[in-house]
Ligand binder design. Sequence first.
Ligand code: BG6
Length: 501
Amino acid sequence: MSDLSCDILPAGGLDPCILVIFGASGDLTRRKLIPALFSMFRQDLLPRPFTIVGCSRTEMDSDTFRHSLRQQMDDGLADAATWTTFASLIHYHPVRYDRESFTGLRAFLQELDRTGATGGNRVFDLAVPPQLYPVIATLLGETGLAREGEETGGWSRIVIEKPFGHDLESARELNRTLHRYFREPQIFRIDHYLAKETVQNMLVFRFANSIFEPIWNRHHISYVGIMAAESLGIGNRAGYYEEAGVLRDMFQNHLMQLLVLTGMEPPCLLEPDPVQDEKVKVIRSLRDFNTEHGSRICLGQYTAGEIDQTAVPGYRQEQGVDPRSRTPTFALLELYVDNWRWQNVPFLLVSGKRLPRKVTRIVIQFRDVPHRLFTNLAGESIGANRLTIETYPDEAIRLTFQSKQPGASLCLRSMTMDFTYGEHYRKSALDAYARVLLDCMAGDHMLFWRQDGIEQSWAFLTPVLRQCEQCLDRETRLHSYPAGTWGPAPVRQTVEELARP
Ligand code: BG6
């Protein structure tokens, strides 16, 4: 076993199991799931025995499926012998989304259990469009595939990708459907941001060090910035993105998770439920968002521009996008957490497509010094301390402070202390998808959303969406910004400030 596996596998190892991937002929399987599984295989992280079953509507046999996956793998990664051994774990079973077909699937899995000794343990990964989530969950339930225990001989888990619902009501409805057949411990709602190393490090950074927590509050922090800027556009996902827009795509899940990790109180135990309890409390403490009572939001949509000296089209010119679309591709929201720790500290959440470069970070901006002893030297511009927790481009933590420049005269200069993962650790060979699959096989919920968390997050965001989508002046509230700039003019300076190195 690699030394990596010593760190991350549960003490007793993983139970044997079958991973069933619905949507096997789709993009997510090809781009993310199979490469993640292959990398786990190469690091000896997969359970033993282990079987992968691809399911989708396309009629093909296992050999054709394996062959199609191999063709799409990066050649540099897949040396022939290792791939052949890995591919022998992969099967394909075509399904229609009806009861008869799922009864057939059940028989197929039982046969694999018998020949492969996988013990009746199953993970069902739904790499399908969201409208199929309730359909598949129901069919699994009705054909007995959600059941656990003596009858089946093993456990059954379901993995749901985002988007988990479209608003509060649809998320509740999906939870109700899942709970008809699956208990909460069987459900794994993925947010791949939670599997990022620096995001996981937030808990350690905050609660395994004693020097930050005493200043982690309204007395010392001026504002918190949470930013996920991207230079990419929407690629070939117009159908999905037109419906989702940036608020559903990035805020309801990823940015909300970063906010709760920054804002939460220390949990009493490092176990999924106590951690989730603290996270949910933060979302419940968010001040109601109402633009009529002064809540601030800025929405934008990119127009044609240049990124890295290459001309790129505007959002409305992207293939599959309505030329009059009012879907926002950028948003800045100012939120407040109404509790003792955070009263009146703005949390600025920003995300946008087609910004100049990709930057994902949390910025803790501390207050100015109370007495400007050095004002005569530095004018008004003594930079306050800033802590940056970054996941992209570097996985890093940076602390900026003032120092005296060497020399006879007293001149101040901003300096930054850097810790980068890349420099200090062998780069983690485990990508976010591998991490979440592994945790799901291990039954560990720490990196997944719990039902109440997801519902609270929608409960907060749904009125925001309503205010944005149902207001009469929707068109005028949507600011355009040229691709390659830091968002709409009214907030560009703020965004630039958050993105500054
Ligand atoms: C996905 C969104 O969840 O996250 C995409 O649907 C976005 O629109 C992506 O590009 C960003 O993830 P990462 O890991 O590249 O920051």
